[in-house]
Design a binder for this molecule. Structure first.
Ligand SMILES: Nc1nc2c(c(=O)[nH]1)N[C@H]1C(S)=C(S)[C@@H](COP(=O)(O)O)O[C@H]1N2
Ligand SMILES: [Mo]
Length: 326
């Protein structure tokens, strides 16, 4: 995000304002079916997987029940795109680097240490994490601060289930997530682009919102390494960088965590980083976005929605100046 002067890219000129008929028709049909309720979450996933020719033959399947409360109107991004256009700086800063180099990450065995202002500190292994709550499939939009977005069928459960299990005490106001930082597994750590390890955080009430997800899989399988195997956070109403990958530590704190991107450039990446089309990044607009997979010559950019379209989180920020607390 600090690499290119404008990662959002210059807008391409549009040869035509008209969407090709085929694209328009299929989109209209899709939306009609959604409106009629003839497409279920499961069917949406099936469509996503059908697009996903390149889905790994070896990846472990992960069974999850589609949660129809968390389905978006937009078509899921093709698996191939979601797994080959990534930000995971521990493996390099190019979008293609994580898919190329994350093969050295060992997602098993894995443990997450849960510490800080809680009554029940503990270390959970993968089995413990997968059994902590019923696995759900939820289709979420993910909007990167750089100006692109995807739609991904995640597998996991509300982070609140884990939080309740460890019993935060009265001092716990924030929650901090730390990603793995192991030079032997992560070639990108050699570059000082961020102060490793990658750290992210939320206010505790944000983390308790049912939308905040502890992610263990996507597209019916365990997380691919480049997407943050074996466990990550997914906070769909915030810019993508709030969703830390490959986490090894969850710490409950009194004070606001020092997060990696905020430490690197506080004027550009605030602690809250809620998706907000009205608050521009100092170097580019946040008013619209490019949907990965749609970026053909004819495709117009999409308007970015407040809280990435997740208006139900607005009450978390009542009375806050969202220009100031960006
Ligand atoms: N540990 C770690 N987590 C990370 C990042 C990173 O570089 N390192 N990049 C973030 C950014 S900027 C985005 S947009 C999302 C991308 O997630 P995806 O590759 O699964 O789409 O991961 C986030 N989580
Ligand atoms: Mo991002």
């Amino acid at each position: 995000m600090l690499i290119k002067p404008n990662p959002n890219g210059t807008d391409r000129p549009f040869a035509s304002e008209i969407t090709p008929r085929e694209v328009f028709e299929s989109r209209r049909q899709f939306i009609q079916q959604l409106a009629l309720g003839t497409i279920s979450g499961g069917a949406l996933l099936e469509m996503a997987t059908r697009q996903a020719f390149a889905q790994s033959a070896t990846a472990q399947k992960l069974v999850a029940k589609p949660n129809s409360a968390y389905v978006v109107v937009d078509k899921p991004t093709a698996y191939k795109d979601a797994t080959s256009y990534n930000n995971f700086y521990e493996f390099g800063t190019d979008k293609a680097d994580p898919a190329k180099y994350a093969g050295t990450l060992k997602p098993s065995p894995w443990t997450v240490s849960i510490e800080g202002e809680i009554n029940k500190p503990q270390v959970l292994d993968l089995d413990g994490l997968r059994k902590l709550a019923p696995l759900e499939e939820r289709i979420y939009r993910l909007r990167c601060v750089e100006g692109w977005s995807m739609v991904i069928p995640w597998i996991g459960y509300s982070l609140s289930a884990l939080i309740r299990k460890v019993e935060p005490n009265g001092n716990a106001k924030y929650i901090e997530f730390t990603s793995l930082a192991d030079k032997r597994q992560m070639p990108g750590l050699g570059s000082p682009v961020l102060d490793w390890p990658y750290v992210e955080g939320l206010r505790l009430d944000e983390a308790m919102h049912p939308l905040a997800l502890l992610g263990l899989g996507m597209y019916g399988e365990v997380l691919p390494n480049q997407n943050g195997a074996p466990v990550r956070v997914v906070v769909p109403w915030k810019y993508g960088f709030k969703s830390a990958k490959s986490i090894v530590k969850i710490r409950f704190t009194r004070d606001q965590p020092k997060t990696a991107w905020n430490q690197a450039a506080a004027a550009e990446y605030g602690f809250y980083s809620n998706v907000n089309p009205q608050v521009d990044h100092p170097r580019w607009s946040q008013a619209s976005e490019r949907r990965i997979g749609e970026d053909s010559f004819f495709t117009r950019k999409r308007k970015t929605l407040m809280f990435n379209g997740y208006a139900e989180v607005a009450s978390l920020y009542t009375g806050m100046d969202l220009q100031k607390f960006f």
